[in-house]
Write a protein that binds this ligand. Structure first.
Ligand code: PAF
Length: 286
């Protein structure tokens, strides 16, 4: 496994692999790797000739009062994890290599970037779309692997890749969870033992809602879930919305496949989670 710190060098290596006919997989991360990331790496190692894991805490996707400085950066441990999991290249660029002081270009995915998390984190998705576009160009990836926990991010990256004619295929990967249901996230390390116990309720409530949605109206399902979410001690809900699976648009009575997506503060930690909801063919109970 090679550790590459320079953007031009990474791109040169990737271009050489392309020329040799290798298929390249990219797993974009901000590090603090956990089982969720490892499952993405495993998919790439299986599908692609070459696996690149990028580890870059991207300053442009953090707001001024967010956790950019506090974000965990266990680089040595991350490199060990990559090595153990058969990664070919770890790409760990410096901030001023990716975003030099004269940097001017940003990617925006209109509308999708402004709803849900975007309404609470202005410029977040602009930062994500920009860095992902750069990572696609630097890595020359044939496939890039994204977890479904960041469902809005996944949809934004898919739209960006389509609109900007990137050749990189986006591979959505299911959410990795702890045994108790808590969705894995690098930010879970901020939670105290008690907060972690409280956080487990989020996935349980979402699971119950998905079950109810099969044969109930989504407004009543959402209301029940919201009532339950509000009762989690120490919680503050940013949003809890049921939206269309394909494009995050509002649902209506014809919606067959939706996503119930939530962002909730547990103490000082903001957690996101979601569940896919599929309408049963059975008649809707009144
Ligand atoms: O999901 C993440 O870890 C980040 O948003 C990403 C995709 C690596 C971009 O910085």
């Amino acid at each position: 496994m090679k550790v590459i710190k320079n953007t031009l060098q990474m791109q040169k290596i990737a271009l050489k692999h392309l020329k040799d006919g290798d298929e390249i997989g990219l797993v974009p991360t901000m590090g603090a790797l956990h089982e969720g990331h490892i499952s993405l790496i495993a998919k790439s190692v299986k599908n692609d000739d070459i696996t690149i894991v990028s580890i870059f805490v991207n300053p442009t996707q953090f707001g001024p009062n967010e956790d950019y400085l506090k974000y965990p950066r266990p680089s040595e441990k991350d490199k060990e994890i990559c090595k153990k999991n058969h990664v070919d290249y770890v790409f760990m660029p410096l901030v001023n290599d990716v975003f030099p002081s004269d940097y001017k270009t940003f990617v925006e995915v209109k509308t999708l970037q402004d709803i849900l998390c975007g309404a609470f984190r202005p410029n977040h998705f602009r930062g994500v779309a920009t860095v992902v576009a750069k990572l696609f160009n630097i890595s020359c990836a044939d496939r890039a692997y994204f977890g479904m926990k960041d469902f809005q991010q996944l949809k934004i990256v898919e739209k960006m890749a389509k609109d900007l004619n990137f050749r990189t295929k986006i591979v959505p990967c299911s959410i990795a969870r702890e045994r108790n249901g808590l969705a894995l996230s690098s930010r879970n390390s901020y939670l105290s033992v008690d907060e972690k116990k409280m956080s487990m309720n989020i996935s349980r409530i979402l699971r119950e809602a998905a079950k109810d949605f099969r044969c109930r109206n989504f407004n009543s399902v959402k209301k029940d879930a919201l009532d339950k979410l509000k009762k989690i001690p120490g919680s503050k809900i940013d949003y809890a919305e049921i939206v269309n699976f394909d494009d995050l648009s509002p649902t209506d009575k014809n919606t067959k496949k939706a996503v119930f997506t939530v962002a909730i503060w547990i103490g000082k930690t903001r957690l996101i989670d979601n569940v896919v909801m599929i309408k049963s063919r059975r008649r809707v109970r009144k």
